[in-house]
Design a binder for this molecule. Structure first.
Ligand SMILES: C[S@@+](CC[C@H](N)C(=O)[O-])C[C@H]1O[C@@H](n2cnc3c(N)ncnc32)[C@H](O)[C@@H]1O
Length: 333
């Protein structure tokens, strides 16, 4: 049986016990990991396959591909495959190929490695070109976004994706700086602009570094993180065999809200008018929730791995064929 190697990467997979239990893998299972990252969850789950099964890893970041090669060597003879593309695209491709999985895992957001590589421009704590693309070969980076988006668009991004209270003043300061012919090209430029827009230069604010929310918002926008999740979830469910498991970890409330709403929609609800003695709407259940609300990491895990603190985990079991939510007499099934 494959066991975790002592030199596995420094990245600690979040909520490992919960993920392993909810994925419920057995030797021979097929797993699709939409966010391979450093392969932390991959190593954990591959251990449950005992060398017999298939592990398909997906990541849009080119640096994940080399890490996947190491993983594939470690877990041989497990069958492995890597797709370097956004997970919704990979899910569509796998559906076209007729692949169906026992488990799909999504651990969305930025990885510790991306945050810890200053030259990627994700971190306000290190001066670097302002890029923030998970796939640096595709789309526009953060500096380009700041140079082109208009005031209203910038305000919306900061407010919606960063839940930044001072979205408007910060957006105004960004536009003012670019109108002065001084483009924001580096992380330190942006931190300076943010500080200039905040009361007391950002020093009096509670809730962490004054640039935290703006950086988060730009990263979400640059990588279309919410759109990807929105597009990917239905495809992920469709990829599952009957009774297959989907396990999703989100790191911020906006992502978790998308997952929660989608699970509610899959669970279905009877829309018949109140008092109707028999169910006529024929609402269907496509998935049954395996978690009550969102699960959070334990205090012990947060103490060991502080970056896990805001994780929210939800999981479902696919019901295929879909089942009626209520029988024709109105009783919940
Ligand atoms: C939080 S990390 C995953 C960590 C991984 N579970 C582990 O234990 O090592 C998220 C990873 O997913 C990738 N990612 C995020 N959004 C993606 C998307 N829409 N498509 C493909 N990869 C994505 C990022 O590049 C990053 O490597």
């Amino acid at each position: 049986m494959y066991t975790m190697l002592p030199d596995s990467p420094p990245h600690l997979p979040v909520m490992p016990v919960e993920v392993r239990e909810l994925a419920a893998l057995e030797p021979g299972s097929i797993v699709i990991d939409g966010t391979f990252g450093a392969g932390g969850h991959a190593r954990l789950l591959a251990a449950g396959l005992a060398g017999d099964g298939t592990y398909i890893g997906i990541d849009r970041d080119p640096s994940a591909e080399a890490r996947f090669r190491d993983f594939a060597e470690e877990v041989a003879p497990l069958a492995t495959r890597f797709l370097r593309m956004p997970f919704p695209d990979a899910f569509s491709l796998l559906l076209e190929e007729g692949v169906s999985a026992d488990a799909v895992i999504l651990d969305v957001g930025v990885s510790s490695m991306q945050l810890d590589e200053p030259e990627r421009g994700f971190a306000y704590a290190h001066d670097a070109p302002l890029d923030m693309r998970m796939d640096p070969s595709s789309g526009a980076g953060a500096a380009e976004l700041l140079a082109t988006a208009d005031l209203n668009e910038l305000t919306r991004i900061l407010r919606e994706y960063g839940e930044e209270k001072f979205a408007r003043p910060i957006a105004k300061a960004i536009v003012r700086r670019r109108e002065d012919g001084d483009p924001i090209t580096h992380t330190a430029d942006l931190v300076e602009v943010i500080r200039s827009a905040l009361p007391g230069g950002g020093r009096v604010l509670k809730g962490g570094h004054p640039a935290k929310r703006t950086f988060q918002a730009l990263r979400v926008a640059v990588n279309d993180e919410l759109g990807m999740l929105d597009r990917g979830l239905d495809l992920a469910l469709e990829l599952l065999k009957p009774d297959g498991r989907l396990v999703v970890m989100a790191f911020q409330s906006l992502e978790d809200r998308i997952v929660k709403r989608r699970i509610e929609a899959w669970s279905g609800s009877c829309t018949c008018p109140p008092g109707l003695p028999v169910c006529r709407c024929g609402a269907l259940t496509h998935a049954a929730s395996l978690t009550r609300g969102a699960q959070k990491p334990t205090a012990a895990e947060v103490a060991e791995n502080p970056r896990s603190a805001s994780t929210r985990l939800r999981a479902v079991r696919r019901i295929e064929p879909p089942r009626l939510v209520r029988d024709e007499y109105g009783a919940a099934l």
